[in-house]
Design a protein around this ligand. Structure first.
Ligand code: KG4
Ligand code: ZN
Length: 329
């Protein structure tokens, strides 16, 4: 049994977690920065990096104290090394390198997307490889066949905006706060998903790619028209995204023999998304797995877990591991 310390700082959440290789989350903290960025309507990279500097070392101390362990009791230290906002990534990765150097423990430079991709296995011990993954977050929207640790086949990506980005932009147009996903989901509860006719970009097209820019423009026109209730726009927008997810994922399932369908990343916290993908999996005769909401949005337990999976596979990194703003899986 190995004990992994994980650090996450690639966007606007500072997070630290201690996770064991037998799937126990020993202690964890997530500190968001929503208030710091709220006046700007989105994440300001410089503010994010400074906030990580202020918060992250204290969180490491808190998590170790809560678990009642010393740094020397940890087997390895994992940190997000990209992709993400480079200032924040550097803060987390360099903190982890310092801890690794001080303790003599190995470093695992984790791809944030791999953290999301492997996160369901932290809570679902029966989920084996391969599985088809819809990874929908603030920065990405991809369909991947997860064949093993470090072994990914990408079937599709977005040709413009990420899914979470679309939620955030639509929310802004509706005057809702950042992050827009939870705000839209909340408002959509009282709306009619059929009230506002919105496009389903790329639905029916021959490759399972995504596109959300046109949907955002359509929301902009619906808001400007002033004839629709905001809750109807929110519900119709959410339904359009769900319809795109289902259509594109169904196509990808036809190109993969993977016995399971998994959805992860921040947008997978959305209950309409979860329900629709579960129904699709059932209709297609695949097993379905989705992490709990807190494990879908950014956290360090998924980084520590990806670290545990890589550590078990002997994939440790040197202290020269680079921080990467861009790093495709
Ligand atoms: O995975 P994540 O926490 O960070 C990235 O790696 O990007 O994803 C954040 C994104 C944001 O765009 C946020 O609006 C979206 O996930 N999100 C949601 C929900 N919760 C978070 N989108 C739709 N419904 C939600 N409940
Ligand atoms: Zn993420």
């Amino acid at each position: 049994m190995a004990l992994l310390l994980g650090l996450e700082s690639s966007c606007d959440d500072s997070a630290v977690a201690l996770v064991t290789s037998d799937r126990r989350i020993v202690a964890q903290r997530v500190v968001g920065q929503n208030q710091a960025h709220a006046p700007f309507g989105g994440v300001v990279p410089e503010i994010a990096a400074r906030a990580h500097v202020e918060v992250l070392p204290g969180l490491v101390g808190e998590v170790l104290a809560e678990a009642g362990v010393a740094l020397g009791d940890v087997d390895a230290i994992a940190a997000t090394a990209g992709p993400g906002l480079i200032g924040g990534v550097l803060v987390g990765l360099l903190t982890a390198k310092g801890l690794a150097l001080a303790s003599g423990k190995p470093l695992l430079a984790v791809n944030h997307l791999e953290g999301h991709a492997l996160s369901p296995r932290l809570v679902d011990p029966d989920l084996g490889f391969p599985y088809l993954l819809l990874l929908a977050s603030g920065g990405h929207c991809q369909l991947l066949e997860v064949r093993g640790v470090g072994d990914y086949r990408r079937l599709a990506t977005t040709i413009d905006d990420a899914a979470g980005e679309a939620f955030d932009k639509a929310a802004k147009l509706l005057g809702l706060p950042y992050p827009g996903g939870p705000a839209i989901e909340q408002l959509a509860r009282t709306g009619d998903p059929r009230a506002v006719p919105l496009p389903r970009p790329l639905v029916g097209s021959g490759e399972p790619h995504f596109s959300f820019a046109g949907l955002k423009s359509a929301v902009q026109r619906a808001v400007a028209a002033g004839t629709h209730r905001p809750e109807d726009i929110a519900a119709s927008f959410q339904q359009a995204v769900v319809d795109c997810f289902v259509d594109r994922t169904r196509l990808a399932l036809g190109r993969s023999d993977a016995p399971a369908l998994v959805v992860a990343g921040g947008v997978a916290a959305n209950s309409s998304v979860r329900a629709a993908l579960q129904a699709l999996a059932e209709a297609e005769g695949r097993r379905f797995s989705v992490p709990p909401g807190w494990l879908c949005t950014d956290n360090a337990a998924m980084i520590a877990w990806a670290g545990a999976e890589r550590y078990a596979a002997g994939m440790v990194d040197g202290l020269d591991a680079p921080a990467r703003a861009r790093w495709p899986l």
